[in-house]
Design a protein around this ligand. Structure first.
Ligand code: OAD
Length: 259
């Protein structure tokens, strides 16, 4: 059941937090115009079969189709701009670190809109569509801002280039996982924003935060499997609710005081 005034409750918890960990999903970028994955009519998986596009087997079987689809998404993401939700998260990080606190942004998104909004301590759990890597040498490349012209694209070494994202069946980057677990075990406030909380390991991050004694919150227009577990459940769009939370954070005590 959503709280009476979860926005004020979340703002109060942010104000007195020492270390805030935020987990974001595709919902945070929805108001920038990028499609989510599982929203019934508009999500990517409603019109594309992830098994045909977002797996190593799919790339092996049809590298042209897969790289065309990812380059189309890459160009689409570059045409979008950070929305007020992205910008509010960057401001919250700035305010928290200015008073000696910590802010860790764990994102499942591959669009780099958090970076473009000014967020600094961002952990990309599923990689990024803005970097591609050679399947022969592992060398990484940042493609130019215009659409690719050759599919599948090749590196100077002649290997196929693939997007540096995590596909189904692949492991998350070890460094990203380690950073996430360290932050979750240290945080005193965990916020899950714009994710359906069905893809692991991110969907289980709340359990690590709770066992670390953190307060927990969720911002989402709909309920998710973790809604019954959170202390504060705010129903609504992140682009609308995060600026409200930022407004209500006001002057903040030095980190860790007043809890
Ligand atoms: P989903 O599409 O599964 O979920 C999007 C969530 O955002 C849903 O819970 C929506 O209710 C919510 N939402 C929609 N609009 C919103 C808004 N304006 N503000 C806040 N929330 C909103 O996307 P993810 O949870 O990010 O993995 O999916 C997780 C992973 O599954 C992705 O990283 C991707 C996908 O397959 C890989 O590619 C490995």
């Amino acid at each position: 059941m959503p709280d009476a005034d979860p926005i004020s409750a979340i703002a109060k918890a942010v104000r007195s937090a020492r270390h805030v960990v935020v987990l974001t999903g595709a919902g945070v970028s929805a108001e920038s115009g990028t499609p989510t994955f599982r929203d019934a009519m508009t999500g990517l998986w409603a019109s594309f079969n992830p098994q045909e596009l977002a797996t190593p087997e799919a790339f092996e079987k049809n590298p042209e189709l897969v790289t065309r689809w990812y380059d189309q998404r890459r160009i689409g993401c570059m045409a979008c701009a950070p929305n007020p939700g992205h910008l509010a998260l960057a401001r919250l990080e700035e305010q928290l670190t200015a008073r000696g606190g910590r802010f860790t942004l764990l994102t499942q998104n591959v669009d780099r809109l958090h970076h473009r909004a000014g967020s600094i301590n961002v952990v990309e759990l599923h990689g990024t569509i803005m970097v591609w890597r050679c399947t022969r040498t592992g060398r990484e490349f940042t493609p130019p801002a215009e659409p690719m012209t050759e599919f599948p694209p090749r590196s100077p070494a002649g290997g196929l280039l693939r997007p540096n994202v995590v596909w189904f069946g692949e492991m998350l980057p070890e460094s990203a996982l380690a950073a996430a677990f360290e932050a979750l075990q240290d945080c005193d406030l965990f916020l899950s924003i714009g994710t359906s909380s069905v893809v692991h390991p991110a969907a289980s991050f709340i359990h690590i935060a709770k066992s670390a004694g953190a307060a927990t919150g969720e911002i989402n227009p709909e309920s998710t499997p973790i809604t019954p577990l959170v202390d504060f459940a705010a129903r609504g769009k992140s682009g609308e609710l995060l600026p409200l939370i930022l407004d209500r954070c006001g002057p903040q005590a030095p980190a860790g005081e007043g809890r």
